[in-house]
Ligand binder design. Sequence first.
Ligand code: MTE
Ligand code: CO
Length: 390
Amino acid sequence: AGTPDPAITELKDWNQYSGPGVDAAPYGVPSPFEAHVVRRDVPWLTADPISSINFTPLHELDGIITPNGLCFERHHSGVAEVDPAEHRLMINGLVDKPLVFTMQDLMRFPRENRVYFLECAANSGMEWRGAQLNGCQFTHGMLHNVMYTGVRLRTLLEEAGVKPAGKWILAEGADASGMGRSIPIEKALDDCLVAFKMNGEALRPEQGYPVRLCVPGWEGNMWVKWLRRIEVGDKPWQLREETSKYTDLMPDGRARRFTWAMDVKSVITNPSPQAPITHGRGHTIITGVAWSGHGKIKRVDVSIDGGRNWQHARIDGPSLSRSLHRFYYEFNWDGSPLYLQSRAIDEQGYVQPTKDALRAARGDNSIYHNNGIQTWYLKSNGEAENVEVS
Ligand code: MTE
Ligand code: CO
């Protein structure tokens, strides 16, 4: 018997008084003790909050699903407030029969439920030239993983009848930026979803309410929100978002373009700069997420010595194609400083590269598509820092 623990011996308010009744919060909110678990932005990244981005607090989450209120946001012209009764989805162009759907029309087609990650192509983009931002929320938080309910784009395109010359689609948003992207018809007919629910409830306004396009495994920019039009054409539209943006400038001055699939990637979310180890040496759990735009994750390795030696991590929870996977690695920390890394391998056999390997292949002019291995320097006091090792 040691000293009495006041957490046990002293009465708390919640032991003595009834709490609020049902309906105190008709739409529930998290505990006030979780008030720090929020999306955050990096003010100097963009000139104004209208065309900007914030980040998912990955270090506060577990499992694979991102709660709706924590899904990062990326808007080109702010959040469009769309009245679903006045929203229409048009299909036009190289089709037998141009069509206009109301939201009610969309709900009468067969639905599917699928869990997919969405990663902005710019995720980790600030890290191309060296370790930059202190926290996985900022280095990797342009990422969310949601169960969508929606209608296959294929179903709607078949309703309209794609003409043989139709090789591409244009997906266009109803927001003020009218953001659009060209998508090859094979992808449109394969697995794209026209989604109206996320994690069971209506899409949040930030995520494109009342309807968005899901383009599984492909860069977030193509997942057009507030989807209002699909045009079928015979070539890509060469829009801003696929020419001046979302292309990768190579050392020889040419640019990689139409780099749609997000390559295999992972990050340790705990410990990390915003989530230090506070329990001292001894049994320690390392956890993180891994994902690939090419399918399922086959294996995740963890290194505690900057990539010299690798151990297999344990993947737990659903292993779904183009969805986040949760991994754990447990070990006995002796309190010495460590260089923590994770490395994911997907079912196609792609191995997450080091940042040096990426730079050797692509130079350092790039912003997009950085899937390099992240290193956290864990100090003896449990704090972690964003560093690079070579
Ligand atoms: N769709 C429209 N209509 N307008 C936008 O600004 N941003 C795109 C894409 N779809 C955008 C859009 C970008 S760059 C990304 S990364 C994702 O939406 C972000 O989706 P999210 O806000 O649900 O995280
Ligand atoms: Co984006």
